[in-house]
Design a binder for this molecule. Structure first.
Ligand code: GDP
Ligand code: MG
Length: 660
């Protein structure tokens, strides 16, 4: 026996799956958490159960929907457990009407029933059961209520076998039935509907006779048949809802009350701005920099101690230099920023788990729609403040291909955690009292550029394109401590692993390149090193926004392709060589970087923020864009935008500096 768990995003599928199987898959508030299907065995039975990606319909347009549809059609599913969020019945039943067309038995698990009273809803379950001719079980996956009953029903096979009830109007229903008889397929009703809707992937079933029948009915309706089918489904569901769901009048949940203020038309954006500013202020401002200084002192201490030891151990000059000027300077300069990242991740994670982030996404939907993106794109952007790689992967839940591609390209614009060291280093040194403000300004700069770029791309590349968004609005929740801790731990661990592996190797490479000349001489001045040679070739590219031909800065920016933290590491290594200092905060005292002014510092941050992302993110982009021509175009566009913006920022900033 094979059971498929199907439902909307955030309906509690994974929570229920874990209960049924005793496994521990990640649950979360974001679409895209369950990206691939997961399999397990239902406890006390030998039934196999599959947790499919969350979908709102079986329209088979997005990759999530495709995974689900193909699974149901091809993998011999014996029973569908359709999990429904009881607080959002209307939206959930849309999917149910499609599942009932599959000739596979369906049992409805009505989840979140613990919230029903609090939401002031009263549901006539028997009526819905009767109407859909489908067994309904009330459960709460979170509170572990009704789970044993559900297992019992699945095991015994004692559920209604859903005699399909007609939902479309008479003539359409007739057409569907006629088409069904002409299609030889176990899921002929489902396929018939797809053919009538004119779905591209099912055109092979469209024979001349079927086409004739469809053409005959068209004059009766003035619109697209696909639209008519959608409308009729909603009409059917609305009727069921009107007859079965009652709201207690004048009842207002806490969530509604909070929303009245936080999602208020005029206040929502300023509040969101203030919150994000506060987060960046705390992470990158005075508190954050205190922690950086503290860790910096520790690393300096370690560096001195190890340096003395190496002399006692009679290590050769180059070995001492490799450890102190290469590895410790490079890796240490990045580790400096760990406490700041913990603050940032912690605050964002708390905000996520309260449900605020999905609500603001919903609100911003309207703003984003004007630019051809929807609130769905906002989710990758928010995840992207940690790391672009999972953020780019989460674009899989975006239904609209065009919007998905645009989001993939724009997500790396968001300052990820690896860019934070660059931002705080520069902001802290050049704008000391305003470092929090400057860091936050970059975040908003990024959002503004994303919207602007999307808007322009939409105008030029993809005309007449609209997208829609139906993200669930979960109620506000008290942040789950365990989720927050796990989330922050995972992100910090990933950052430290990166420092220990990629940054380590890159630092050794940089050390080699700066220690040796092209003729492999050691003990040369950095100016004669291979690194300087390489940097000089590219320094003209950076001149327009640095105001100086600096091989040092060019090399550092190029290093950002390996990993953005490496920009700071390589600066630390180069500074250490040029002067006798390896500490991150003293980087700008070194002659190599003495040319930086406020304007070029801001411009350099802007360039690193928007230019092609690190290799990891490029890999993720390649996977999601699926074609190398598109990838190169996206990378070129990103770097081009970065260059232009940095140059504008520098030229204006420089002018102001000169005038003052
Ligand atoms: P999925 O996207 O369908 O896999 O949903 P998840 O299993 O990840 O759950 C989404 C969120 O809803 C999580 O925060 C769960 O803790 C929460 N949740 C799941 N079931 C229930 C329930 O019965 N009651 C309440 N109050 N919350 C639930
Ligand atoms: Mg899930």
């Amino acid at each position: 026996m094979r059971v498929a768990l199907v439902g909307n995003q955030n309906s509690g599928k994974t929570t229920l799956f874990n209960l049924l199987t005793g496994s521990n898959q990640k649950t979360g508030n974001w679409p895209g958490v369950t990206i691939d299907k997961k399999e397990g065995i239902i406890r006390t039975t030998d039934f196999e159960i599959i947790d499919l990606p969350g979908v709102y319909s079986l329209s088979a347009y997005s990759s999530d929907e495709m995974i689900t549809v193909n699974y149901l059609l091809e993998e011999h599913v014996d029973l569908i457990v359709n999990i429904i969020d009881a607080t959002a019945i209307e939206r959930s039943l849309y999917l149910t009407t499609q599942l009932l067309e599959l000739n596979i038995p369906v049992v409805i698990a009505l989840n979140m029933t613990d919230l029903v009273d609090r939401h002031g809803i009263k549901i006539d379950y028997d009526y819905i059961e009767e109407k859909l001719d489908t067994t309904i079980l009330q459960i709460s996956a979170l509170k572990k209520i009704g789970i044993l009953d559900l297992i019992k029903v699945i095991k015994s096979g004692e559920y209604r076998k859903n005699q399909y009830t007609h939902i479309f109007d008479h003539e359409l229903e007739e057409l569907i039935e006629k088409t069904e008889t002409m299609i030889d397929h176990p899921f002929s009703r489902f396929i018939s509907l797809k053919v009538i809707e004119g779905h591209q992937d099912y055109q092979s079933y469209l024979t001349n006779d079927i086409n004739q029948n469809i053409e005959n009915i068209k004059p009766k309706y003035h619109r697209d048949l696909e639209q008519i089918i959608v409308d009729e489904r909603y009409r059917y569901i609305e009727n069921i809802r009107d007859d079965s769901v009652k709201w207690h009048k004048a009842h207002m949940s806490t969530t509604d009350k909070i929303d009245q203020v936080i999602l208020n038309k005029y206040l929502a954006l300023p509040i969101f701005g203030l919150i994000m500013f506060a987060i960046y202020y705390l992470a990158a401002g005075p508190i954050g920099s205190m922690t950086v200084d503290f860790i910096g002192t520790l690393i300096d201490g370690l560096s001195e101690w190890l340096g003395a030891k190496l002399i006692i151990w009679h290590a050769s000059d180059w070995a001492q230099s490799l450890v102190i000027d290469g590895i410790i300077a490079g890796v240490g300069s990045v580790l400096n920023f760990v406490p700041q990242l913990i603050i940032l991740f912690l605050l964002i994670s708390i905000l996520e788990s309260t449900g605020y982030m999905s609500r603001i996404a919903f609100f911003l939907d309207r703003v984003f729609q004007k630019a051809g993106l929807s609130g769905k794109s906002l989710i990758p952007f928010i995840i992207g403040s940690g790391c672009s790689v999972p953020a780019i992967m989460s674009t899989r839940s975006i239904t609209d291909e065009t919007e998905k591609k645009m989001t993939v390209m724009l997500t790396p614009f968001i300052p990820c955690s690896a860019k934070l060291p660059i931002i705080t280093l520069f902001a802290g040194y050049f704008f000391n009292d305003h470092s929090g403000l400057i860091s936050a300004s970059l975040y908003f700069f990024a959002i503004a550029i994303i919207i602007l770029t999307a808007f322009i791309m939409k105008k030029i590349l993809y005309k007449n394109h609209s997208s829609n968004f139906i993200l669930e609005l979960p109620s506000y929740k008290v942040p789950q401590v365990s989720y927050v801790i796990k989330d922050v731990y995972q992100k910090v661990a990933a950052f430290i692993t990166q420092a220990g592996t990629i940054i380590f190797l890159a630092s050794v490479t940089i050390w080699l390149l700066i220690s040796f000349s092209f003729t492999f001489e050691y003990g040369i001045s950095p100016d004669q090193s291979m690194l300087a040679g390489i940097g000089r070739v590219f320094s003209w590219f950076f001149y327009p926004f640095l105001g100086s031909f600096s091989w040092e800065a060019s090399v550092s920016a190029i290093q950002g392709l390996v990993a953005k933290e490496q920009v700071v590491s390589s600066m630390a290594i180069i500074a250490g060589f040029s002067e006798d200092t390896s500490s991150g905060s003293l980087i700008f005292n070194a002659q190599a970087f003495g040319f930086f002014t406020g304007a070029s510092a801001y411009a350099f941050m802007v360039f690193n923020l928007f230019s092609a992302p690190c290799f990891g993110a490029v890999g993720a982009m390649a996977r999601e864009l699926g074609d190398s021509k598109r990838l190169w175009k996206a990378l070129g566009l990103q770097t081009g935008i970065a260059w232009i913006l940095a140059t504008i920022v520098y030229q204006i900033g420089h002018l102001i500096e000169v005038l003052l």
